[in-house]
Design a protein around this ligand. Sequence first.
Ligand SMILES: [Zn+2]
Length: 97
Amino acid sequence: MTVGLRLLSVVFVLGAIVALIVSIPVLWGIVEDARKRRRERQTGELEPYELADETGRRSASDDDTRGSNQSTRITCRHCSTANDPAYTYCRHCVERL
Ligand SMILES: [Zn+2]
């Protein structure tokens, strides 16, 4: 009975060791993948955050050009909000322009 228990514990320890050995390349692969992605982001191959900044800047500059060019805007009759001529409805009060 004690021999059986000892054998069971040996099998358990060996199983734990095997599981550890098997998991090392997997964990290493995850670490390497994260490192690679970080490197790509730094070198400019993969720039999700930069892309988001780019669109944010673009919309901001778009607003600036629209603001400076007042003649191309349509003022709402209901709330006097300046709207882009492309809009059919006021962006503020949603009334027809
Ligand atoms: Zn309006």
